[in-house]
Design a protein around this ligand. Sequence first.
Ligand code: HEM
Length: 449
Amino acid sequence: MELKDKVLKGHDRQIELSYRLAKVGYNSTIGRLLRLRAYYADALIMLRAWRDFLYIRKENIGDKYFAVDQAIMHTSHSQVKELMQVEPQLRGNDLGIIRILAPSYLLNNPLSLGMNGNEHTGVRAVFLQALPEPSEQVDVLGHLVDQSLLKAAQGGKLHIGDDLPGMMLAILHQVVFQISLSEEEITASRAYIKGLPLASLPNFFSKYLLAIRTAPNTRHRKRLIERYKQSPKWASYMETGARYGLNEHQIANSLFDMIHIAGTAGTSALLGSVIGVLCLDNALRNDVVSEVNAVWNGQGTPNANALEQSTLITKVILETARLYPPVRFVSQLTTESGEVAIANQRCPFQKGTRLLGSIFTANRDSNRYKNPDDFDVTRDFSDILSWNGEGHERACPGKSLSIGLIQIFCLYLFKKYQWNSITEVKWDFANVTAVTPNDLVLQGFAQQV
Ligand code: HEM
C-alpha cells in the first residue's frame, strides 16, 4: 500500500476508535488495549516517515487530527502556542510523542515532564538552581568547550553525530555536579540515551525480554546516580528538593534525565544543526566569522559582553532551532471529555486524552512565518516555540544555557579551530533520529596556529 493510503486509512481507524472508546471507556482494559494497538500502528509508520506522516494527515485532514494512542495532534503555530500556555498543565509520563511504558528504564522515577503539582514545582526549583546563567560563568563554560574541542582536534576530526553528545555530557556533568566522567561513563551514558526508545515498550518486554539491551543501561544509571551523591553540589540540591518534599531518589533521577535527555540530546542536536547551517552557507559563515573577530580577540576566555554582542550568532541559533527543532512534540492531558472537530466531523474524546503539539509543523506554518522553509535570520523570534515558548510553568529551563553554550562553541570553533574539508550536510526527515546532520564530519580538524 502507498504511504499516503496507509497514513489516511490509519486515520479512518482512529476516527472509528474515538466512537468505540466512548462506548467501552478510555481507561477500561479493552480501551487501553485498543489505544495501544493504535499507538504502535501509527508509530511503526512514523519511525520511517515521520515528516510525511505529519504532512499527509495535515494536508488531507486538517490542522488537527488523531494520531498514535488516539492523541489529538495540533499542527499550526497558533494552536501549539495556545497549548503550551495552558496552566496548570496536566501531564502523563510522556516524552513528547513517546509514551514511557517501561518505568523500569527510568528506575521508576517519572520524567519531570510527567510530574504534576508540587512535585513538578519542586523539581523545577532544583533544575533552576543547577543550571547557571551562561553570562555568569562564561569562563568556566569557555574552558570546558575548549577542552572538548581540543580532544576532537587530537583525533583530527569533529564528527557531529558521534562527538557532540559526548562533549555535552562531559560539559553538563561538570556544570551541574562538578564531576568528570570517564570515557567509559560517557560511552555508557550515550548508550543510555540511544536506548530511550526501549522505554516505550511495555515494562515486561523492556525489563525482562530485552534485559540484554536494557540492563547495562539501567545499571549505568544506578552507578552514575551514586556518583552524583558524592558531588560537592549534592547537599544544596537536596536542601532545595526537601523543601518540596522530594527525596534523594527523585532528585538524583530527575537530574540524570535533565542532563541526559533534555540537556545532551537537545543541545547536541541543535549545535550540530548550527554547524551544518554554517558549513552550507558561505556568506553567512563569513558574517559570523567577522562577528566572532569583533567580539573576542581570542585571548583567555570570552566574557559576558562577547556573548551579548554575538547578535548574529544568536539569530542563527534561533532560526536553526525553528527549522530543525530538536524537540518535535509536546504533550499534555485533557482534564475533561468533549467533542473535537476533525475532518468536518465531530468526534468524541475522553478525559485523559493526550493533546500533542507538533513543534516542527508549527515552526514551518506559513500563517506565522513568511517563506517558512527558508533560512532567514531577520525574522521576529519573540514567540519562538522550539524551547516550549516562554514565561509559563512548562517552558524549557535550559533555554539560556543551551543558547549560551552554542554561542561559546561558535566563538571557539571560528576563532581557535580550523578544518580543511567537510562531508555532506544532510538532515534526515524520514527516520526518527535527532533532527541534525548526524553524518557530517569536519575533516582535518585542528587548533588554529
Ligand atoms: C542545557 C541544555 C538543556 C537543558 C538542561 C534542558 C532542560 C529541560 C528540562 C529539565 C525540561 C523539562 C522541564 C519540566 O519538566 O518542566 C525541558 C523541557 C523542554 N526543553 Fe529543554 N533543556 C535544554 C536544552 C533544550 C534545547 C536545545 C531545546 C530545543 C531547542 C529544548 C527544548 C525543550 C522543550 C520543547 C521542552 C518542553 C518539553 C515538553 O514539555 O514536553 N531544551 N528542558
